[in-house]
Design a protein around this ligand. Structure first.
Ligand code: BGC
Length: 358
């Protein structure tokens, strides 16, 4: 078993007892020189090393170098699983089966990423299945952060031999509830520490997206992307090409912070979602998901105010997220794919982040 990652992170720097449970760092390796490190605190992906076009292992996600830094509140979502409901619920209130539920309001007037202590801040039970896979489970008790039902959640991280990180989600409840699970990795394919992702080419398999109000709640129906407008990523263009356009949606988001509707032939199929490429390293990220949407977030609120891995600070737009998920605020939009889970049903979802270089 490795005790140090390719980037020099030490397992011993991640060992701690948090909420009475053991926290550790788990290192997954494959036959092709890739490595993924994750901690069971928040189920966070801590590093992903993949070869660049010259074969040099490059860490393509932002993160921190020890458990203390992950436990303080500065950007608590790096690499994490967000839940019970990732993204926003307007005013932190919803009705389900005729009952009213109130959640913590932690983002303007809304509830974000599961509340004050979401799945990104709890300790998951970890079982390293083999050198390439890690199983993380969490029993989210009835009433936690205001959500109904005991929810048993399992996430498997698997590093495949073709340099993909596969994420499989499964969940069951004993009372009707809502859920929206995602992984919130912050990517920079030029290597974490590189200051700006505006030069990355991005393509999104979406002909429509969800415009929002000024606090990031979707207005309603998806809007078709128009030729050559900022939200048209049907053909590759750089993330920075139009990010500073005088566009109301970009002004509201301080950049891209929007959900795109992934094109699918049928609901829940595993389909291509997006591709990003760094011109510096030649590293390509191809993503696939069974989820209906992808939130493109361009690190608009990073501000370089704290120290991450290797002493790097992470300025505004030094990373992008492709969060595979159901649409924001779905519980208030009956026409969106449902986020309701009932007892006796199993929620299943899969997302793949595949890396190559050329
Ligand atoms: C949200 C952003 C938020 C970020 C926090 C994203 O999913 O859409 O608005 O600032 O998460 O890391």
């Amino acid at each position: 078993m490795k005790t140090t990652t390719l980037g020099g992170l030490k397992k011993t720097d991640f060992e701690a007892i948090v909420d009475g449970k053991q926290v550790s760092l788990f290192i997954l390796t494959n036959k092709n020189g890739a490595e993924v490190a994750a901690t069971n605190f928040g189920a966070k992906i801590v590093s992903i090393h993949v070869p660049d076009k010259t074969g040099k292992p490059t860490d393509v996600v932002l993160g921190k170098s020890n458990i203390r830094d992950y436990m303080n509140d500065q950007e608590p979502y790096f690499g994490a699983i967000c839940g019970r409901t990732a993204n926003r619920i307007a005013f932190g209130r919803f009705l389900l089966d005729g009952e009213k539920y109130e959640l913590a309001v932690n983002n303007g007037p809304n509830s974000l990423h599961g509340g004050i202590k979401g799945y990104n801040s709890v300790v998951w039970d970890a079982k390293q299945i083999d050198e390439q896979s890690l199983q993380l489970s969490y029993l989210s008790p009835d009433g936690e952060e205001g959500f109904p039902g005991n929810l048993q959640v399992t996430v498997i991280y698997r590093l495949t031999d073709d340099n993909a990180l596969e994420i499989e989600y499964q969940a069951e409840t004993d009372k009707t509830t809502i859920l929206n699970l995602t992984n919130h990795s912050y990517f920079n394919l030029s290597g974490e520490g590189d200051p700006y992702i505006g030069d990355h080419e991005l393509q999104i398999n979406a002909t429509s997206f969800l415009p929002t109000n000024d606090v990031a709640i979707p207005l309603g129906r998806p809007e078709e992307v128009e030729d050559n407008t900022p939200f048209d990523f049907r053909s590759p263009k750089t993330i920075g090409a139009q990010i500073d356009d005088e566009n109301t949606q970009l002004i509201y988001g301080n950049g891209y912070d929007h959900n795109f509707i992934i094109r699918k032939n049928e609901e829940n199929e595993l389909s291509f979602a997006a591709r990003a490429v760094s011109p510096k390293t030649g590293i390509v990220l191809d993503t696939y998901t069974t989820e209906p949407g992808v939130q493109l977030y361009t690190g608009n609120f990073l501000d370089g105010s704290f120290v991450g891995k290797n002493g790097h600070t992470y300025p505004k737009r030094s990373a992008f997220c492709l969060e595979m998920q159901h649409y924001p605020d779905s519980i208030h939009h009956p026409d969106y794919p449902s986020v309701v889970l009932v007892p006796g049903e199993t929620f299943r979802s899969k997302t793949i982040y595949r890396f190559s270089a050329g």
